[in-house]
Design a protein around this ligand. Structure first.
Ligand code: MN
Length: 200
């Protein structure tokens, strides 16, 4: 079955003023849609692969045929990353996670402020386009970043939060100021969803 673009789980204006409406419209309706379309076009060349889940394809890229492996990596990664990204953001969000996730963050990074500083540094430090990630290995958390549309799943790891640092994610509102975008982005983080992924 063909992969489909998931609807944005809130209005395009819901993340204002931190992420602007026009960015959300183009990011979801054009960029994410293109990843889905290009993934399907690649899989059409090996239509048996339409039966495999996206997670399964990305965990086993070495098993994807040579002629479409890079297309699946880039566009399947793009589809997975953005599907997660919309979910881990939301309106009236932000703040600080409590419970097991809050404890795991303190245990791994010292405190919430240190965690935020490290994830921001990973995003600012990613040269060119990519993502910064919070990864859970069992109950242990760590931060990493990837280029392009790569993600931790491709290395067999579980990402529970990711932030898009491609210019298309922030340029209309923040231009070259990626650090300002990352500072504002914390106000959109849906910690209940991140906690769900941490426990899951
Ligand atoms: Mn993006």
């Amino acid at each position: 079955m063909a992969h489909t673009l998931p609807p944005l789980p809130y209005d395009y204006t819901a993340l204002e003023p931190h992420v602007d409406e026009m960015t959300m419209r183009i990011h979801h309706d054009k960029h994410h849609a293109a990843y889905v379309n290009n993934l399907n076009a690649a899989l059409d060349k090996h239509s048996d692969l339409h039966n495999r889940s996206l997670d399964d394809l990305l965990r086993n890229l070495a098993g994807v045929p040579d002629d479409i492996r890079m297309a699946v990596r880039n566009n399947g990664g793009g589809h997975w990353n953005h599907s997660m990204f919309w979910q881990v953001m939301g309106p009236m969000a932000g703040g600080e996670p409590m419970g097991a996730l809050g404890d795991a963050i303190k245990s791994a990074f010292g405190d919430f402020a240190a965690f935020k500083a490290q994830l921001k540094a990973a995003g600012v430090g990613r040269f060119g386009s990519g993502w910064a990630w919070l990864v859970a290995d069992g109950g242990k958390l760590s931060i990493t970043s990837t280029p392009n549309q790569d993600n931790p799943l491709m290395d067999g790891k579980k990402a529970i939060l990711g932030v898009d640092v491609w210019e298309h994610a922030y340029y209309l509102k923040y231009q070259n100021r990626r650090p300002d975008y990352l500072d504002a982005w914390w106000n959109t983080v849906n910690w209940a969803e991140v906690a769900k992924r941490f426990m899951g």
